[in-house]
Design a protein around this ligand. Structure first.
Ligand SMILES: Nc1ncnc2c1ncn2[C@@H]1O[C@H](COP(=O)(O)OP(=O)(O)OP(=O)(O)O)[C@@H](O)[C@H]1O
Ligand SMILES: [Mg+2]
Length: 232
């Protein structure tokens, strides 16, 4: 698959396999401390079955202002909960628009409004590079207390997280990507689960490795909504 995305320096020599991992140099092999990584999640509640995992990038908070987009929110929920798709595996949706068009704002609003619909957990990672994506998976492994032994290899914990997700249900995985070269190695698949991509790119559309996401093109705010935003 050709490189598509905004990453200016894709990992050289990476292929469709897991080869990209071999390019991850220290401190991007398994970190001794999460602070050495490109991102680090917060919360990720305990392993108690009655509590919900919530892994998200540091600093992610509910929106203080959210204007319009009621139709998109409803449409997004309908697509993510698509019964036919979820009966077979993960129901995936891509939120796509130009830079600054409101994808992250909408995804964040969705996650906080609909959090209770995902008792299996919410796992939101950023993927501007292979390293950032692997770091997000490390955060998940850490928060859900996966036993990783002494392995020093990102390929192992990425695979362990993916297998863990594949065994579980009713989760929402969110991936904000601009890097796609090895993305397919990170995509879980399990019945009654949902996957939300946000990107300016369409690279994952109509691709079975990415669960054939349905697409929502986030429209610009209307003039009226933009005016309300400016006055808020
Ligand atoms: N529905 C909305 N209500 C209020 N403010 C909004 C809304 N949508 C977008 N904004 C404002 O526009 C800014 C840019 O939106 P956002 O970060 O979601 O864009 P993006 O599409 O994710 O951009 P990028 O492609 O750079 O990731 C937000 O920080 C927010 O201030
Ligand atoms: Mg964004």
């Amino acid at each position: 698959m050709p490189f598509i995305g905004r990453e200016k320096h894709p990992i050289p020599g990476a292929s469709n396999g897991l080869d990209g991992f071999s390019q991850l140099k220290q401190p991007l092999s398994r970190p001794s401390s999460p602070s050495t990584w490109a991102s680090s999640a917060e919360s990720g509640l305990s392993t108690n079955n009655t509590e919900q995992f919530f892994v998200k990038p540091v600093g992610m908070r509910p929106n203080t202002v959210f204007i319009g987009r009621e139709l998109e929110l409803a449409e997004l929920h309908k697509m993510l909960m698509d019964k036919r798709r979820r009966a077979e595996g993960t129901s995936a949706v891509l939120l796509q628009c130009l830079p600054g068009g409101g994808k992250t704002h909408l995804a964040r609003e969705y996650i906080y409004q609909y959090r209770d619909e995902y008792p299996g957990g919410i796992f939101f990672v950023r993927a501007k590079s292979l390293a950032e994506l692997a770091a997000g998976f490390w955060d998940i492994a850490r928060k859900v207390n996966l036993s990783l032994g002494e392995s020093n290899n990102p390929q192992h914990f990425v695979s362990a997280v993916r297998k863990w997700l594949n065994r579980r249900h009713e989760w929402l995985d969110g991936i904000h990507f601009s890097y796609t070269q090895d993305l397919r190695n990170f995509i879980p698949d399990s019945k009654d689960t949902s996957l939300l991509y946000t990107s300016t790119e369409r690279a994952v559309v109509d691709h079975h490795h990415f669960m054939n996401p349905q697409i929502i093109r986030t429209p610009l705010l209307s003039a009226r909504e933009a005016q309300i935003l400016l006055q808020s």
